[in-house]
Design a protein around this ligand. Structure first.
Ligand SMILES: [Zn+2]
Length: 75
């Protein structure tokens, strides 16, 4: 099994999507709020992990596609 270190996370406060390698804390680049991550918990108390990838490039591509879809949704 490959290790999926790069997680794509959506900020629960402002909805900003970014990638993170951290397993413990998520800090949003946009609103600056930090939140503890608990990967063992299946309950939606922590941050929302949209996807996980082996490389940062894949994570960045996913974010780009996700944001484009989101933009199209507003038009
Ligand atoms: Zn935020």
């Amino acid at each position: 099994m490959a290790l999926l270190r790069f997680k794509v996370i959506q900020c629960p406060s402002c909805g900003h999507v970014q990638s993170s390698q951290s397993n413990t804390t998520f800090k949003c680049f946009r609103c600056g709020k930090s939140r503890k991550m608990n990967p063992k918990s299946k309950l939606g108390l922590g941050v929302k992990i949209l996807a996980s990838f082996e490389s940062g490039i894949q994570a960045a591509q996913f974010i780009q596609a996700y944001q484009q879809k989101k933009v199209e949704g507003f038009l």
